[in-house]
Design a protein around this ligand. Structure first.
Ligand code: ATP
Ligand code: MG
Length: 440
């Protein structure tokens, strides 16, 4: 990218420092579409700065993921400038912008100087301003309160974010107690930013640590969707064990999911596979909740607004806790019923019941695929004609019983299944007492 091609927008009201050589290098990898967006704003006499996560990641030498901009233009002016723009959060000044020939989206937010936080969720009113200084002052942490003027190659860092990045220290902008008291989501963001992936766990300074305790009740004011989206990211983090340990100690965990704070060594949480990892970790946290309390658990997960799919995975895995197959035919039924969740379940049992889990793994590895696959060989019609049972509960249960045996004994064809009718006492017993193919 030729440097001269970035047009200078309005100058901000903050002093800045020249971009260092690594940052200039980082800038070269920014997409052409970003320059187009910035230049169009500059041409309309607006000021424009790169802010938020991308600046933080740039300082850490990481490639950009999402690019957030802040501008002196108001949302209507941005919408006029970009025909493909969508007002995604216009009341908070945010417009999602795309250029004509790129699918990359940029969140462009008008400089804010917002008012009070009456409900601790969202500011009561957002006032648009023209002060970069004021906008950065309302951001959560110093490492998130930096801005880059890409045309002038200047970084604005009024709160010492660069230094805190170097010291691997998490600090609120201004008074930690005040900032967490305004918006409870910042507590969760604090826990999330403590987990710096490969770079380890970053400690909050003592002021922020204290505020995490004294403002704990603020979590109750945050909308469930926002809690879950942050908490999900915490659960998936590389250092989730340390972060959740701290949340457990601080009492934050039990505020989000009461009772989901088992007294296990959370280091074990790091053992779970990536697939469904969030669910494995949640289930380990819930491993002391007895299965009879499943209604309460499901209620907790519904309240937290997990998707149906996410909720089902967690509930299914919890239902499987402690239920490992131990003898011959059970292994086939377990495999066929648990299906895609086997890896996740065994990973959980590796923690809770390592010996039994080891045995199950060995036996499952030896098991050949089912000769007839995972579908019933005998359907209702055939079974009705062979048993003289009419359609109804009895016939349905008999079909399930036969399917259970088909799986456990690995039967190969419908004759073998029908032959069972002569061996089972299905005429004189209660159909509700018959087994089915579900595990456990
Ligand atoms: P990532 O995109 O990796 O989640 P991010 O820091 O970009 O990290 P965003 O949610 O995209 O997080 O927010 C962008 C910026 O907006 C943040 O860097 C921060 O400056 C500010 N911000 C976001 N949420 C809050 C909040 N609840 N309170 C104050 N400032 C916030
Ligand atoms: Mg971001």
């Amino acid at each position: 990218m030729a440097e001269s091609a970035w047009l200078e927008g309005t100058l901000g009201d903050l002093e800045g420092d020249a971009l260092t050589a690594p940052l200039l290098e980082w800038k070269k990898a920014l997409p052409e579409a970003l320059r187009e967006v910035c230049n169009r704003i500059a041409t309309a006499k607006g000021g424009v700065w790169l802010v938020g996560g991308s600046v933080r990641e740039a300082m850490l030498g990481n490639p950009w993921k999402d690019l957030d901009l802040t501008t002196t233009l108001n949302p209507d002016e941005i919408l006029d400038l970009f025909p493909r723009a969508i007002p995604t959060g216009a009341q908070f000044g945010t417009v999602t912008v795309r250029t004509a020939d790129s699918e990359i989206q940029f969140e462009v937010t008008t400089l804010r100087s917002e008012g009070t936080y009456g409900d601790g969720r969202r500011p009561d009113e957002v006032t648009f301003g023209d002060s970069l200084n004021e906008d950065l002052s309302r951001r959560d942490f110093t490492i998130n309160a930096m801005a880059i003027d890409l045309a002038r190659n200047i970084i604005h860092d009024p709160y010492g974010g660069v230094e805190d990045l170097e010291n691997q220290c998490l600090k609120a902008v201004g008074s930690a107690e005040e900032r967490l008291g305004e918006d409870g989501l910042r507590l969760l963001r604090a826990y999330r930013f403590m987990d710096q992936g490969e770079r380890g766990v970053w400690e909050p300074n003592s002021e922020l640590s204290n505020a995490l305790l004294s403002c704990g009740n603020m979590l109750e004011n945050v909308s469930e969707e926002r809690v879950w989206s942050e908490f999900y990211r915490i659960l998936c983090g590389k250092n989730a064990a340390a972060i959740l340990e701290r949340m457990r100690k601080d009492g934050a965990l039990s505020r989000i999911l009461p009772g989901w704070d088992a007294e296990i060594d959370l280091q074990y949480l790091l053992q779970v596979p990536e697939k469904d990892g969030f669910a494995c970790r949640l289930v380990l946290l819930a491993s002391e909740i007895p299965s009879e309390r499943w209604r309460r658990m499901e209620h907790d997960l519904r309240a937290l607004k997990l998707s149906n799919k996410e909720r089902e995975i967690v509930m299914d895995l919890h239902h499987l806790l402690g239920h490992l197959p131990a003898e011959g035919p059970e292994f086939r039924r377990y495999r066929s019923s648990v299906g895609d969740l086997i890896e996740a379940h065994l990973a959980i049992e590796d923690v809770l019941h390592p010996i039994e889990a080891g045995v199950a793994r060995e036996e499952l590895a030896k098991l050949a695929p089912l000769k007839a696959g995972n579908e019933p060989l005998v359907d209702g019609h055939l079974l009705s004609s062979k048993s003289d049972l009419p359609a109804g509960r009895r016939l349905g249960r008999l079909k399930e019983w036969l399917f259970c045996i088909q799986i456990e004994q690995d039967l190969a064809n419908s004759d073998e299944v029908i032959a069972l009718l002569d061996l089972l006492d299905w005429k004189n017993t209660d159909p509700e007492s018959w087994p089915d193919s579900n595990w456990p």
